[in-house]
Design a protein around this ligand. Structure first.
Ligand SMILES: NC(=O)C1=CN([C@@H]2O[C@H](COP(=O)(O)OP(=O)(O)OC[C@H]3O[C@@H](n4cnc5c(N)ncnc54)[C@H](O)[C@@H]3O)[C@@H](O)[C@H]2O)C=CC1
Ligand SMILES: O=C([O-])CC(=O)C(=O)O
Length: 349
């Protein structure tokens, strides 16, 4: 009797495993009917780049995955390429292979550049990362001017304006196709809010607007769903924790870099949204730092609707609480200065 039960349990378990595996395979087969989509990751051998490469390899919407870095990509590409999902993986290394990595790309994700150490601000990364982003943007303008660009490299508040200026100079700028990735702020806001609101985290939504550094990160908890009516002091604490989320990780890593795994997850979510938009899936909405008329600043993060050409619509802020109105007012000077710094840098020499 006992062995009959365990036999049937074993068989139930093994058939579940098989059917789960089939599900994965079916996802793979089904996706082969979806369009050919090439995704390129620039900085693919880094702390974010490697797990992001893994997550993009798991995305059935990707048919070709190009992994580029100044070193180390052949190993990452060989490793990821053994995973039995749809995309073909190729590794590219060094400047002479950058063109090949980019050619024909639909979405280019950029986590290339140095991360923070404790005590640094994101702006302290400007001196190194601005130059990296400038040269990678020039290559994008040359080899895949129609690609959607997902900028992860910090300081995002300046690197996005740098890329825009480079594209303008090259005559390829399309404001619908350049995105600063602020998804990690949304991911954090959702996680922290779910904890306080005692809501199932998968059901939580929180828009985050502004930019991607300190006080420029403005989570709109007044619009969070499900509604929880949290007291003002808890909203303030949640806001501060979201704004300082990156620093929390930098300090915990104690000199070994900044968020990589949660950022790879956030980057994969945002790239997936871009791919869905390109493929014509309706009502794909994510927050992103884009060219905007929502405020007087030329770039601003807010909800955007994604479509076949990138940004289809930049959505407004919606009703703000008094606390959020103050937050919006006080973030403008810092965000303005960071945008101007990027524009100035891109136009030097
Ligand atoms: N937008 C966001 O929410 C977040 C942004 N970041 C930013 O992402 C960037 C990368 O962070 P990590 O992956 O942790 O750094 P990392 O140092 O581990 O990796 C960066 C990679 O970029 C590569 N790289 C440098 N110059 C390059 C070039 N010219 N072309 C191609 N690749 C190049 C490096 O070889 C390295 O493999 C940092 O600037 C960091 O601040 C990090 C977390 C969140
Ligand atoms: O804090 C950092 O330097 C990295 C980052 O942008 C984040 O984790 O939000």
């Amino acid at each position: 009797m006992r062995s009959a039960i365990s036999r049937s349990l074993r068989s139930a378990l093994s058939s579940k495993c098989i059917s789960d595996h089939h599900l994965l395979l079916r996802r793979g087969f089904a996706s082969e009917a979806s369009p050919d989509r090439k995704v390129t990751v620039l900085g693919a051998a880094g702390g974010i780049g490697q797990p992001l490469a893994l997550l993009m390899k798991l995305n059935p919407l990707v048919s070709r995955l190009a992994l580029y870095d100044i070193a180390g990509t052949p190993g990452v590409a060989a490793d990821v390429s053994h995973i039995n999902t749809r995309s073909e993986v190729a590794g590219y290394v060094g400047e002479e292979q950058l063109g090949q990595a980019l050619e024909g790309s639909d979405v280019v994700i950029i986590p290339a550049g140095v991360p923070r150490k404790p005590g640094m601000t994101r702006d302290d990364l400007f001196n190194i990362n601005a130059g990296i982003v400038k040269s990678l943007s020039a290559a994008i303008a040359k080899y895949c001017p129609n690609a959607l660009v997902n900028m992860i490299s910090n300081p995002v508040n300046s690197t996005v304006p740098i890329a825009a200026e480079v594209f303008k100079k090259a005559g390829t700028y399309d404001e619908r196709k350049l995105f600063g990735v602020t998804t990690l702020d949304v991911v954090r806001a959702k996680t922290f809010y779910a904890g306080k609101a005692k809501a199932p985290v998968a059901e939580v939504n929180v828009p985050v607007v502004g930019g991607h550094a300190g006080v420029t990160i403005l989570p709109l908890f007044s619009q969070a769903t499900p509604k929880a009516n949290l007291p003002e002091d808890e909203i303030k604490a949640l806001t501060k924790r979201t704004q300082d989320g990156g620093t929390e990780v930098v300090e915990a890593k104690a000199g070994k870099g900044s968020a990589t795994l949660s950022m790879a997850y956030a980057g994969a979510i945002f790239a997936d949204a871009c791919l869905k938009g390109l493929n014509g899936v309706p009502d794909v909405i994510e927050c992103s730092f884009v060219q905007s008329t929502v405020t007087d600043l030329p770039f601003f993060a807010s909800k955007v609707r994604l479509g076949k050409n990138g940004v289809e619509e930049v959505l407004g802020l919606g009703p703000l609480s008094e606390y959020e109105k103050q937050g919006l007012e006080s973030l403008i000077p810092e965000l303005k200065a960071s945008i101007e710094k990027g524009i100035k840098f891109a136009n030097q020499s």
